[in-house]
Design a binder for this molecule. Structure first.
Ligand SMILES: [Zn+2]
Length: 174
């Protein structure tokens, strides 16, 4: 059994339950039943509007957004569910922070709830750099069901990798 890299932070008991679902071939079906809804955020312009609308609603006072884009080079895991960079630019005599949000392009095809989850995560990073208590409080302030959603998102990414590995295997599903 390969370790569940997306679920490394969760309890061994929970990880075992997930391994069982995978072994029974039920993980994909369960996720599809719970999260069947696609979203219409197809390009960077639409993504910007989507992020901006959530920010307006929940984090009005934080620094203005900079660039918001889908990034095909982003690896979800390596960048801890998306990336967030603060680019400081000197503008005249003032130092102005510009906030850039990049979302891994795997989320373009993901169910609507998971795009929302990753955007909430990245928005919370506008105020909290670390994954600390204040950070998760902010996440649940924007999205009360955040913890469940992040867990299910990790299940989704796990399932996606299993399917990709299956397709890459000689004689696998094509
Ligand atoms: Zn993060």
């Amino acid at each position: 059994m390969s370790p569940l890299k997306y679920l490394a932070g969760y309890s061994p008991h929970l990880q075992m339950r997930v391994q069982e679902l995978i072994a029974q071939g039920r993980l994909g079906t369960l996720l599809a039943e719970k999260y069947g809804q696609p979203h219409g955020v197809r390009n960077d312009g639409q993504l910007y509007d989507y992020v901006q609308a959530l920010k307006e609603r929940h984090l009005k006072k934080s620094a203005p957004l900079g660039k918001v884009i889908y990034d095909a080079r982003l690896q979800v895991m390596k960048h801890a569910l998306g990336t967030h960079t603060t680019i400081s630019r000197v503008q005249g005599s003032r130092l102005k922070a510009s906030r850039e949000i990049r979302i891994a392009s795997v989320f373009r095809e993901a169910p609507a709830e998971f795009l929302r989850t990753i955007v909430v995560h990245e928005l919370a990073h506008l105020k909290e750099a670390e994954h600390n208590k204040a950070f998760y409080q902010l996440c649940t302030h924007i999205e009360p069901d955040y913890h469940q959603l992040e867990f299910d998102l990790r299940l989704y990414l796990t399932q996606l990798e299993l399917e990709q590995a299956e397709q890459a295997r000689p004689g696998g599903i094509r």
